[in-house]
Design a protein around this ligand. Structure first.
Ligand SMILES: Nc1ncnc2c1ncn2[C@@H]1O[C@H](COP(=O)(O)OP(=O)(O)OP(=O)(O)O)[C@@H](O)[C@H]1O
Ligand SMILES: [Mg+2]
Length: 160
């Protein structure tokens, strides 16, 4: 088969309607356990639109966390394709995925994953350090965000 350019791949994108922010097509994730392979996801497809709220439900071990790790760009699929904001992210390497996580998608972990020794202000401004926002601007935005959620009086407190 002839090699496909990334443009041709983009044209094969399965969604037709506009407003899709997440498009997942035939996603597989297989964990290689040495002697056996665990198929955590076997061909998942879904579309999620802008402003749509979606709950992923299923029994323990059915692959919810595995799917969330792929949608959150924390992991890459064994097979299948994933478009986030019209970009084919399933083909990206670790560094490119880190940029997507910084710019395109947020992920609230059940366990928060805050830095225990850093103030709430520093925890909030951290992603802005990685994307190169100047110190004064990121301080301003972090204070504004904490103020918006009623945490202005706690900005110098640590998470605990
Ligand atoms: N890192 C891993 N290595 C090997 N197998 C894994 C790994 N992570 C998950 N699995 C296996 O993949 C399958 C799906 O697991 P996953 O954690 O995605 O399920 P879940 O729906 O999130 O479950 P729960 O409701 O308990 O959180 C399970 O069989 C699990 O044992
Ligand atoms: Mg889980």
């Amino acid at each position: 088969m002839a090699a496909t350019t990334s443009n041709e791949v983009m044209e094969q994108k399965p969604h037709l309607s506009t407003g899709d922010v997440i498009v997942v097509e035939n996603l597989w994730r297989t964990y290689d356990m040495g002697s056996e392979q665990v198929h955590a996801l076997r061909g998942v497809s879904l579309n999620i639109k802008h402003n749509e709220y979606v709950a992923i439900m299923g029994p323990s071990g059915s692959g919810k966390s595995t799917l969330m790790n792929l949608i959150g760009c924390l992991d890459t699929p064994t097979q299948g394709r994933y478009w986030l904001n019209d970009q084919l992210v399933s083909e990206l390497n670790d560094d490119e995925l880190a940029r997507i996580r910084n710019k395109e998608i947020g992920f609230v972990f059940q366990t928060f994953n805050l830095l225990a020794r850093a103030s709430s202000l520093h925890n909030v401004e951290l992603p802005l350090i990685y994307n190169g926002t100047p110190a004064a601007a990121r301080m301003e935005r972090a204070i504004e965000s904490l103020t918006n959620v009623g945490l202005a009086d706690r900005m110098h407190h640590k998470p605990n």
